[in-house]
Design a protein around this ligand. Sequence first.
Ligand SMILES: [Zn+2]
Length: 345
Amino acid sequence: MKKDQKRRLIEDVSANVSKFHNYGTGIFVCPTCLVKIPINEIGKVTEAHTLPKAAGFSEATLLCKKCNSNFGARQDKWLGEFLNAFTPGKPFDLSKVSQAGHFIVDGVKINGKWSYSEKEGLKIFAYDNRNSPALMSKMEEKWGKKPEKISLSLPIPLSGKQDDVNIGFITAAYLGWFSLFGYSWVFQKHLDPIRKLIRGEIEKEKARQYILYSNEINLKPWIGLIKYKGEVLPAFGVSGTTVILPPKYAPSVADIGEVSGRRLHSRDLQPITNSRKSNNYPPLIIVGSGKLIVCPDNLMWIKEKPLAIVVDESGRVQMGYPVTSEEYDKRIKEGNVREHSFEAD
Ligand SMILES: [Zn+2]
């Protein structure tokens, strides 16, 4: 992104902040750690990709420098590798994954590496200096005469990084919603556990409760609502992985029950498309199937009247009627939503 382009984006995003808080004008709030940064300190704000650029995605948003470099090191690599290797509709791509430093032939662990190309096929190499002399001579004897059949297993370290991959997906989901709906999404206290997970402050295993898999869904990255166990949840998906996030009316996904490993169908998804070009819009509440999905905290403190976005049963989005304080109170009550006072650090 060019520097003046980045400045315009920061100005646009910070104008959205000023609709919620009296921080003064020209303040950017990092969506994942909520730190406030004056926009004249442009160097502290960085462009982030909601899905790794390495995997060919280009959706960009803004983060503080600290959060951005943190994600790069911890999750981006694994998520990028995962998405590269598991392209929907294509065979698993061996050339795009890391190696474990060993492989297993007929049940015998051999230290070495392998290479794969369409032209040359699969080649395996054993390291002279990292296998015992006894093993080396056994290999010579057993496999030197080109046996008809051998069984080969190539461990891929990626599988041990599933929690990092999951957190990468959750980060993409959270930032995807931010890029669509701005601080109306971020200024919700009940998303603190998601932010902590993204920042690596709670156990990685917790990420699993937000992830659903389905072999039946092979979609490009999408953002929208998902129906699951009679609930309507904000979601994000790419290929067969779907991330569900807590809605305002049921702030803890744990209320909905154990979700991991459950199958989903395309008919359960309602992708939302939002064609707005600017981030500078009024506070929004999002209503789906009559339930309060997104609603920034302390809404009625805001000078500007919030707009309701209604997602109907067929997934169509109607945008635009101003929410009255009566409707707001009614929805908060119906959803048993506790109001939080939201304060960024
Ligand atoms: Zn941050």
